[in-house]
Design a protein around this ligand. Sequence first.
Ligand SMILES: [Mg+2]
Length: 207
Amino acid sequence: MRTLHDENQASPHLHVAVDFDGVLAWTMESVVPKLQDDDTGPEWFDESQIDYYEWVIDEFGAEEFREVYDQTMSEEWRYIKPWGYEYSTRRNLQQMANVATVDVVTKQPSANHDAVIDGKNKWLVEQGLDTLIDRLISVDMDVDKSRLGYDVLINDCPYYLQDTLDYQTLILIDHHYNRPAVVDLDPTEYIRGTMNTAANIVYMEAQ
Ligand SMILES: [Mg+2]
């Protein structure tokens, strides 16, 4: 993945971490039907749940999920759809990349699985997003992304709402499955929105 900023460009002062699964890529739509016997497609998700990962682990077990996830990402990555066409993800990442360093920071069940990371890299290239991204960083499931020093986190996982985000902004990507988590909390440092929101926020903060 190329380095984003030429030497003669001003150094970006904002660092943005963008999640992969559920923000850029609609991974679970490819993974979960394979775990199901009846292949019920996109109607599979129980809306009372707030987290895809937790739900699939409960339903199918960690080992089974890991196996299918790894196989999908390493061998069938090209069939994974981008999430949120309507939000013009590429254009909004471009806006962000103009004023910030943008890393994709992804948690995955096999964080050091080279073929999985390679699949994600290839997917980003195929989607034309690689030139807008500085680094693809893979972290273990127990890593807290809010402690990695980024100014802005863009994620679909609602659990980041429970952390104290004193020095950063969380943009919680709007999904039906993370709405229940927001109801009982009173977050002051997050913004609920889309990739479009994310681009606007980064642009405003960079002025
Ligand atoms: Mg995610």
